[in-house]
Design a binder for this molecule. Structure first.
Ligand SMILES: [Fe+2]
Length: 347
């Protein structure tokens, strides 16, 4: 019998030391819509998203990742996830309700220790009458006037982990498929993509290595726009309004998505993307890309030098000792040893 527990990546929480500037940037550059404010958090969504919110900006001392939220396929599925994890170190506990969703089970990933949560009951966004699009009822609201460059929905989150193979096994335990990876040598993976279903792109989670010894960090959060040309348009708008571009626009081989990476005012890396192919194969075997000779997984054109900052910077930045540990681990031998770790038994 086949089993799909999770239906979609429903929300990601971004921690920001400059929440007001972050929220303004998300509106002005990404075109996100604000749903509500509660406490130190601002709840936002892409214009075509039906859920109450897909993005939560919460004030914090440093940029980083907060909660990673998943909606399940059915009402009993959060209990199934809980049963699978309750006797493990990944178990966190139940919450009766939260802004935007109902009863929620929280857990941490096995090695990255990212705080995940699953729920079935959700609040929907209700547009004011003047924003409703009665002519196109599959849209929760009218396309904004700046819609050509407006982020439509949350796409994926990329997270560093101290044990990539171990966390891949952890996510597979909840039904994810490991769709692709980049290796610098056999067994030495520096990037992996996973998806909980086959409806959208080929990944809703990506993993990158974390040599710092820290846990729970973030690398980037991605939103999707309608057209590839919208990515280019957003790139132009960003630079002309003082946001430097870190990487792109370009086309990844993995996913075949057109990408753009830049930093929001709080310092966190954001991605905007479009295009790509739909992987409907439940028995898909992980495809391996090779970093040598111009990595086609990273750029389908094979002519792009990935900036050092993109490889090394995750958030929050490590304190001095962890930074030294990370630097030491970057020598080839130590890195190879790191990546040849066996996928440790799930505890
Ligand atoms: Fe990405």
């Amino acid at each position: 019998m086949s089993e799909i527990l999770l239906s979609q990546l429903a929300h990601v929480e971004l921690l920001s030391p400059k929440p007001e500037e972050t929220v303004a940037w998300m509106k002005d550059v990404l075109g996100l819509q604000e749903t509500t404010r509660e406490g130190q958090s601002v709840y936002m969504r892409g214009w075509a998203e039906w859920l109450h919110s897909s993005f939560i900006v919460t004030e914090a001392n440093e940029p980083g990742l907060g909660r990673i939220g998943w909606r399940t396929y059915g009402p009993g599925d959060p209990d199934t996830v809980a049963k699978r994890l309750i006797d493990t170190e990944e178990h966190v506990g139940w919450i009766d309700s939260w802004t935007g969703h109902g009863r929620t089970y929280q857990y941490r990933s096995a090695f990255g220790r990212h705080l995940n949560e699953v729920f079935w009951d959700v609040d929907l966004y209700e547009a004011p009458e003047e924003l409703k699009d009665h002519a196109v009822p599959n849209r929760p609201q009218k396309m904004p006037l700046n819609g050509g460059g407006a982020a439509r929905y949350l796409d994926h989150v990329t997270m560093p982990t101290g044990n990539m193979r171990g966390d891949i096994e952890f996510y597979k335990k909840l039904g994810a498929r490991h769709t692709a990876q980049t290796e610098v040598e056999p067994g030495f993976s520096v990037f992996s993509t996973l998806t909980c279903n086959a409806i959208r792109s080929t990944h809703d989670v990506a993993l990158v290595p974390d040599f710092s010894g820290m846990t729970g960090r973030g690398h980037h959060i991605a939103f999707r726009v309608d057209q590839r040309v919208d990515v280019e348009r957003m790139a132009e708008a960003a630079v002309s309004h003082g946001t430097p571009i870190e990487l792109g626009p370009g086309v990844h081989g993995i996913d075949e998505i057109t990408y753009l990476y830049f930093r929001e005012p709080g310092g966190f890396r954001m991605e905007v993307n479009s295009g790509g192919w739909v992987n409907t194969m439940p028995d898909w075997e992980t495809k391996t890309y090779h970093a040598a000779g111009g990595n086609p997984g990273q750029s389908i054109y094979r002519n792009v030098e990935i900036p050092e900052s993109f490889i090394h910077d995750s958030f929050p930045a490590p304190p001095k000792e962890a930074a030294e540990l990370e630097q030491a681990a970057m020598n080839e031998e130590a890195a190879a040893e790191f990546f040849h770790q066996k996928p440790a038994a799930l505890r």
